[in-house]
Design a binder for this molecule. Structure first.
Ligand code: SAH
Ligand code: DHB
Ligand code: MG
Length: 218
């Protein structure tokens, strides 16, 4: 076995071994699919990574850009302590409605606030500080999101961005895909920023070949 089939198998093994699925997560994906949302949520082990990172840095306030049906939101919120807060930004009001129901079923209604509208507009209304930021909305918007997020973080905050490898397309400097150019620019910005210590990690699994960029605010 090789390639995608092997990656799917290993992701399944990881989900089983580490116990990364439950009724609430299943129902969130089922209701998202039933409502016609695209199945582009993070994989379970990626969601669990977001939870572990949130808890590891002791984050009390989390900002997510790109809610979809709230699958990654549930994982992030599970890493919060009692009294923690999460704000998630979503362009599509119909997606946000699905997400709110999924989040309520997960018992996270009190902690999570889903805000509808173009993220770049909502970002300018938010009160800092956020301890962890997960960027996962439109990829051409990542450079502008980074700029806005830098006004909302403090030293010790962690900024995580999804989809920064894109099946390896990220290495193509001449790509005419605005999503590729968006993540390329994002990676360059976090790499060069004097306030950030950053890296990117490639991932393979059910979501193919992709990656996360991780940037610590110093
Ligand atoms: N984080 C989710 C997946 C997000 S998919 C998960 O892993 O479960 C990307 C989401 O970003 C989509 O729901 C899309 O509607 C939203 N989006 C796209 N452009 C946006 C914008 N300009 N502002 C806010 N959200 C946007
Ligand atoms: C896709 C995957 C993502 O993780 C995302 O945030 C947006 C789109 C995709 O596979 O198309
Ligand atoms: Mg993504």
């Amino acid at each position: 076995m090789s390639g995608q089939r092997l990656w799917d198998d290993v992701d399944g093994y990881i989900v089983d071994t580490f116990g990364l699925d439950d009724d609430v997560l299943q129902a969130a994906l089922e209701d998202s699919a039933a409502a016609g949302l695209p199945a582009i949520n993070v994989a379970p082990n990626q969601g669990a990574l977001l939870m572990v990172l949130t808890q590891a840095i002791g984050a009390r306030s989390v900002l997510e850009i790109g809610t979809l049906g709230g699958y990654s939101t549930i994982w992030l919120a599970r890493g919060l302590p009692a009294g923690g807060r999460l704000i998630s930004l979503e362009l599509e009001s119909a997606y946000a409605e699905v997400a709110r129901r999924n989040i309520a079923r997960a018992g996270l209604e009190a902690e999570v606030d889903v805000r509808v509208g173009p993220a770049i507009d909502t970002l300018s209304t938010l009160e800092p500080p956020f301890d962890l930021v997960f960027i996962d909305a439109d990829k051409d918007g990542y450079p502008a999101y980074l700029e806005a997020v830098l006004d909302l973080v403090r030293p010790g905050s962690l900024i995580v961005a999804d989809n920064v490898v894109r099946e390896g397309d990220v290495v193509d400097a001449t790509s005419d895909d605005p999503r590729v150019q968006g993540v390329r620019r994002y990676n360059e910005l976090v790499a060069a920023h004097p306030r950030l210590r950053a890296t990117a990690v490639q991932t393979v699994g059910t979501k193919g070949h992709d990656g996360f960029a991780l940037a610590l605010v110093t």
